[in-house]
Design a binder for this molecule. Structure first.
Ligand SMILES: Nc1ncnc2c1ncn2[C@@H]1O[C@H](COP(=O)(O)OP(=O)(O)OP(=O)(O)O)[C@@H](O)[C@H]1O
Ligand SMILES: [Mg+2]
Length: 353
């Protein structure tokens, strides 16, 4: 190493050594993901307000504890990853304040937030207000599109972001499709008509139908069945029995009650892609449309965790489009965008002038 290089390295090290901690936070309607270096925390984005019986003061049970204690009564304050009004923004502030404390996130940090759609201006304004009020990100903060960041969870890291690709983001309250041309989002479409929450509702209905109305599980249980047993690769017979006082015992096949809703979900997803998103992309940017069809689609979001879903979706898309389609999925697709957000924060700290 030459003297000049050595000096440059020393200066770079000094620049890096500001003690600023990089943090990536993905705000999702169902799950919030916090990445700090080697740690990834996944927290249910919900709170439950209660009143202290002695002092009468408002108290909040937050995240996973709220879900465990209150089930469907816990309030998920985001829709499509954004608050819809001031009350929801207040709940988000309580929620973030709690996780900052719980995970010891420091003020001296650079925080990149991944949010589902940056098109909804009112929602983005509310998010900006909330993140300006929480005690992290004093060295800087920024907001990025969640699907876009998911792409940087591949080994190429943030270099990936500068490429041309299509992302399919399978969330709980929304599905988002994003076409990226050399780092620029050129088309973004969000729908609530294909989403994980809907699958939970269909599973609940299937169980009701199977037991002729006797067994009525809550949506949290339906979701838990989906997350535990959904598998499009390996068919396993899973039987559940519920003993209802006076009415006797009811049994049903969980696997059957799950598979039908998931297939219906995939059919809707394929329709949304082939009848709405891709035609619009072809009309507005034909050459990008041709390019992305020839490349691998990127699949992220919690529903992409379902074993075999990626392959089944590729087959269905190939049938609908009459051409071979391949799909790639980062490891742990439900936390991918938070890892991408973390990489942006890290890059900012390392390249600070
Ligand atoms: N292992 C799993 N198996 C099946 N489904 C899963 C699994 N993990 C998560 N999901 C489902 O994925 C969905 C949550 O995905 P994700 O965390 O990407 O949503 P979100 O970003 O919080 O929501 P939105 O994008 O609507 O704001 C839920 O429907 C959840 O049940
Ligand atoms: Mg999402």
């Amino acid at each position: 190493m030459t003297e000049g290089e050595e000096l440059k390295n020393k200066q770079n090290d000094a620049k890096k050594d500001t003690g600023v901690v990089p943090i990536g936070i993905k705000l999702g309607s169902q799950r919030t993901v916090v990445v700090t270096g080697d740690n990834t925390h996944v927290i249910q984005t919900c709170v439950k307000e209660s009143e202290n019986p002695i002092t009468g003061e408002k108290e909040y049970v937050v995240g996973n504890e709220a879900l465990e204690l209150y089930g469907d009564e816990a309030i998920y304050m985001l829709r499509g990853g954004l608050p819809g009004n001031d009350e929801e923004a207040d709940l988000l502030r309580v929620f973030l304040g709690h996780i900052i404390e719980e995970y010891g996130l420091t003020e001296n940090s650079y925080v990149t937030y991944a949010v589902p759609s940056t098109e909804n201006e009112a929602g983005i304004d509310l998010i900006k207000k909330v993140i300006s009020q929480v005690p992290v990100g004093w060295a800087g903060k920024e907001i990025w599109n969640d699907s876009f960041l998911g792409a940087s969870a591949f080994p190429e890291g943030i270099d990936m972001i500068e490429k041309t690709f299509l992302v399919i983001n399978l969330g709980s309250s929304t599905t988002e499709l994003v076409a990226v041309r050399k780092g620029e989002i050129i088309l973004n479409m969000v729908t609530g008509t294909v989403c994980g929450d809907l699958v939970d509702r269909w599973i609940k209905n299937e169980i009701q139908n199977e037991t002729r109305g006797a067994v009525n599980v809550d949506l949290t249980t339906a979701r838990m069945y989906k997350e535990t047993y959904a598998n499009l690769k390996k068919w396993e017979n899973v039987q559940e029995s519920v003993h209802l006082f006076e009415r006797g015992k009811f049994s049903f096949r969980i696997d059957e009650c799950i598979i039908r809703p998931i297939i219906r979900y995939l059919d809707r997803l394929v329709d949304f892609m082939c009848l709405e998103f891709l035609p619009e992309l072809a009309e507005s940017h034909f050459s990008v449309y041709k390019q992305v069809l020839n490349r691998e689609f990127i699949l992220v979001g919690g529903m992409a965790e379902i074993e075999g879903l990626k392959e089944r979706l590729a087959t269905k898309l190939a049938e609908a489009l009459g051409t071979g389609i391949s799909i790639k999925c980062p490891e742990n697709p439900s936390t991918a965008s938070a890892r991408g957000a973390y990489l942006i924060s890290k890059y900012r700290i390392e390249n600070k002038q």
